[in-house]
Design a binder for this molecule. Structure first.
Ligand SMILES: C[S@@+](CC[C@H](N)C(=O)[O-])C[C@H]1O[C@@H](n2cnc3c(N)ncnc32)[C@H](O)[C@@H]1O
Ligand SMILES: [Zn+2]
Length: 274
């Protein structure tokens, strides 16, 4: 007797028809195959859609990010984000640009209800590391610009310092689905930026929402951290301004006596309204 196939949550990245799990591979009706990696993640980024051989963060960046985050410097923000998301008790939740999965793990730790947790990142090493640490979440390598999920699949999307594509975001969320975006507030990492810029400028306080979303709540979370020299460098490499820091600047950041760095996060909760 044939067993009924469970409905698939993935679409084939080549022909957009549903993928079904057959043993350790996901297969579409047109016989495109995607094997589950030994760490349990799925690579749904076909080579023809990659713009470089190793898109996103590399292994070294991923490890530095994990070390910094696991030291707890961003835990107050992660906890606040988890609380904001958990209040709506989403069943299907996507961590978009999940990196090595720190926030997915925090979500699981802080959310009392059960949910299906999905993570997407374009960086293979990050997804492999995320999948290895959280076997009950479903991590895939894919681009935010082509999410291989059906329309209206998710109850909520978490996007923490990650790029996204407005149209794809709106497509994969259910009607009245929630988006929680975490972006830098005006004074985020001010003291680190002082090593790099002659004149540090504040970020804008408000972030524009994607079209078709309405703001429900904004929380600003700011506090000071005192990372050690290695953590300061890891933090630098997590930022978009790292490329401006030459060898001399990096040494100055590493060699400086311990100093406080302001964090400043904007947590914006929005609802899909059309
Ligand atoms: C600044 S990191 C944030 C990661 C994680 N949310 C965090 O805060 O630690 C941005 C992440 O977005 C990923 N990324 C970059 N471009 C992407 C894309 N087009 N689609 C999906 N992820 C992407 C990077 O690989 C990286 O893991
Ligand atoms: Zn296919």
């Amino acid at each position: 007797m044939h067993q009924a196939q469970p409905p698939s949550c993935y679409l084939c990245p080549l022909c957009a028809v549903p993928l079904q799990l057959k043993q350790k591979s996901y297969v579409c009706a047109n016989n495109h195959h995607f094997d589950l990696a030994k760490e349990g993640y799925l690579n749904l980024l076909p080579v023809q859609f990659k713009h470089s051989s190793e898109p996103g963060d590399n292994k070294q960046m991923m490890q530095a990010r994990r070390a910094f985050l696991e030291a707890g410097h961003y835990e107050p923000m992660a906890k606040a984000a988890a609380m904001m998301i958990a209040a709506s008790q989403p069943e299907q939740l996507l961590d978009l640009g999940s990196g090595e999965g720190y926030y997915s793990r925090q979500l699981e730790a802080f959310c009392p209800h059960t949910m299906s947790l999905h993570g997407v990142d374009i960086a293979k090493y990050a997804i492999a590391a995320a999948a290895k640490k959280q076997a009950n979440a479903r991590f895939i390598v894919a681009s935010a610009n082509r999410l291989p999920y059906p329309d209206q699949f998710f109850d909520a999307v978490l996007r923490i310092f990650a790029p996204s594509n407005d149209a794809e975001l709106a497509r994969v969320l259910k009607p009245s689905g929630l988006l929680l975006a975490v972006t830098p507030g005006p004074r985020h990492l001010w003291q680190l930026k002082q090593f790099i810029y002659a004149e540090v400028r504040e970020h804008a306080l408000e972030n524009p929402l994607p079209p078709g979303f309405e703001r429900l709540d904004t929380q600003r979370i700011s506090y000071k951290i005192t990372p050690n020299p290695q953590q300061r460098l890891a933090l630098l490499h997590m930022t978009p301004f790292a490329w401006r820091a030459n060898e001399q600047v990096q040494q100055a950041i590493e060699k400086a006596n311990d100093f406080e760095i302001e964090t400043d996060f904007m947590l914006t909760l929005a609802i899909k309204s059309v």
